[in-house]
Design a protein around this ligand. Structure first.
Ligand SMILES: C[S@@+](CC[C@H](N)C(=O)[O-])C[C@H]1O[C@@H](n2cnc3c(N)ncnc32)[C@H](O)[C@@H]1O
Length: 349
């Protein structure tokens, strides 16, 4: 067996620290609008002309950002720089807003929490999740998987025929927009406990011209008045971890009772997968840290154990419980079940 040389580990450590700095350099460039300004070549003088930036720090940031491949020097003569590589892609990709929210969350959300982790592990009191900024970032980041998730939903038997939809914890309303745009005779209700997030969902539905077929209700799902036996499809996207394991049986019973016979309940959750595709794409490591992050809050809970989740759905009365995976290595998936159909249910069955 050959031993990994010490130089290799040293390099690995420096690369690890460099990626920490790179995340910060990215955030600085976004927050100060420097990346935006550097869409065209600019010198330090041009960059400081109409702004209040400290020239020495700006100069040092430019050099650091260039050494990380985020910008590049395009003219030696007057030391003009232009945006490049990862930073350029980040600004131009359709998922730009969500990815920027992910960087913000990593630094402003994960950073302070991970700093406290040595004490939290020693049983210090855990912080509460849910400041306006945290809620906004959570709703923004969840949108990253929306396209793949919507197409996975379409593969769940019965979803395409669903006409009365309920999205629990709908965030910015992207799933309602996606489903109602596809299914022209469908009607959707979104429930969202954060009023600012709900306001954005409302605006997104208005912008998509879907107000007539949708409704956003602000409030907490467990205590909200909802018609029984009414919905064809109920969604719980990226928020099972908001519900304590001790109330999940009540949660699933409540959802069961609001569905029509043959109605579908679909839970979208991230999964810590150690499959090669998940490791290669970085999903494995990121999801495992996400689970740590969730558990370190007083009012959030870890990612579910899939075996337990199946058992809980079956115990609530759902049948045909199955999974539809949609990120590499099954790092995100729908766990779904159906209420018994009328012809098979009840005493006359
Ligand atoms: C991570 S976000 C996901 C948003 C959206 N479902 C998505 O996947 O894009 C979770 C959302 O669920 C909402 N939420 C959590 N528990 C809730 C509850 N008991 N009732 C209503 N909304 C809830 C949160 O306020 C938050 O906006």
């Amino acid at each position: 067996m050959t031993r990994t040389p010490s130089k290799w580990w040293e390099r690995t450590l420096f690369q690890t620290l460099a990626s920490f700095s790179r995340a910060h350099l990215l955030r600085i460039g976004i927050r100060t609008n420097l990346f935006e300004a550097l869409r065209q070549p600019k010198t330090v003088n041009q960059l400081t002309q109409d702004s209040q930036l400290a020239p020495d720090l700006l100069q040092a940031w430019l050099r650091a950002a260039a050494s990380h491949g985020l910008i590049r020097m395009v003219r030696e003569r007057d030391r003009a720089y232009q945006i490049d590589g990862l930073a350029k892609w980040l600004l131009e990709t359709p998922d730009s807003r969500s990815l920027i929210a992910l960087i913000e969350e990593t630094i402003e959300g994960y950073g302070p929490l991970l700093e406290r982790m040595p004490d939290l592990i020693k049983e210090d009191a855990r912080p509460e999740f849910g400041s306006p900024a945290e809620s906004r970032r959570a709703a923004e980041i969840s949108q990253l998987v929306e396209r793949q998730a919507l197409s996975a939903l379409g593969r769940i038997p019965g979803v395409r025929g669903a006409r009365r939809l309920l999205d629990v914890g709908c965030g910015y309303g992207g799933y309602l927009v996606g489903l109602l745009s596809r299914y022209r005779d469908a009607h959707g209700v979104g429930i969202e406990q954060d009023s600012e997030v709900a306001e954005i969902a409302l605006r997104n539905l208005q912008a998509a011209d879907l107000s007539r077929r949708s409704e956003i209700r602000v409030g907490e799902f467990m205590s909200m008045d909802l018609a029984a036996g009414f919905y064809d499809l109920i969604l719980l996207n990226n928020n099972l971890h908001y519900f304590a394991p001790s109330i999940r049986s009540a949660l699933f019973d409540r959802i069961f009772s609001r569905l029509v016979p043959g109605g579908i309940f679909a839970i979208q959750t991230a999964v810590v997968s150690d499959r090669a595709a998940a490791r290669l794409m970085g999903y494995s490591a990121n999801t495992a840290v996400f689970d740590l992050y969730l558990r370190a809050h007083d009012n959030l809970y870890g990612l579910p154990d899939l075996g337990e989740l199946h058992a809980s759905l079956l115990a609530a009365g759902f049948e045909a419980v199955a999974e539809t995976a949609f990120l590499p290595g099954g790092s995100a998936r729908y766990v779904w079940g159906r209420t018994p159909r009328e012809d098979l249910a009840g005493p006359h069955a």
